[in-house]
Design a protein around this ligand. Structure first.
Ligand SMILES: CC(C)(COP(=O)(O)OP(=O)(O)OC[C@H]1O[C@@H](n2cnc3c(N)ncnc32)[C@H](O)[C@@H]1OP(=O)(O)O)[C@@H](O)C(=O)NCCC(=O)NCCS
Length: 143
């Protein structure tokens, strides 16, 4: 399996569909809430299956000259725990290095803390509560 970067509106649309299913729909959130509108200025990595379905995705944005932020990490139901999240994250980290970034920060959902710890992210602080129920934590990794 390989993670590649999205270049077409069709690829972005399939990514938004996966984000919606995994990160929004279970909390009754709208399809529109699946994007902050900054896809054009970000790097979207994804993995697709042999039918062209997007089964894993994640996004890198640049916050300042040294700092990238990973957002919207999602792996399809039934495909989690098989290394796809790690593959997407590594691909985003390689891109961040290419872009000259020195650090990645992210807001981890509580259920994803162990995943990011396994990928060498350090827990910095407890942050916001999304949709009133999903606790987030600021995590960082030096590249
Ligand atoms: C969180 C998520 C992106 C991780 O992707 P994944 O494909 O399931 O995880 P991987 O199989 O790549 O796991 C990579 C590593 O993290 C570890 N890991 C993953 N989830 C873990 C958990 N819940 N507890 C302990 N370790 C975990 C794995 O053991 C593995 O470690 P290894 O490389 O030493 O074997 C995915 O499960 C997901 O989409 N979850 C729901 C949505 C979500 O919470 N997204 C994150 C928003 S911040």
């Amino acid at each position: 399996m390989k993670a590649i970067f999205a270049h077409t509106p069709e690829e972005i649309e399939k990514i938004l569909e996966l984000r919606f299913k995994i990160l929004r729909e279970p909390w009754g959130q709208s399809k529109e809430s699946s994007s902050d509108g900054h896809e054009d200025t970000s790097q979207n990595a994804f993995v697709e299956d042999d039918k062209g379905n997007v089964i894993a995705c994640g996004r890198l944005q640049t916050n300042d000259a040294n700092t990238g932020q990973v957002r919207y990490m999602a792996v399809a139901n039934g495909m989690q725990g098989k290394g796809l999240g790690k593959l997407v994250l590594k691909t985003l980290e390689e891109k961040a290095k290419e872009l000259g970034l020195k650090k990645i920060e992210l807001q981890a959902r509580e259920n994803a803390l162990e995943f990011y710890k396994a990928n060498n992210y350090l827990l910095k602080e407890k942050t916001h509560l999304l949709f009133g129920v999903v606790q987030h934590y600021l995590m960082e990794k030096e590249l």
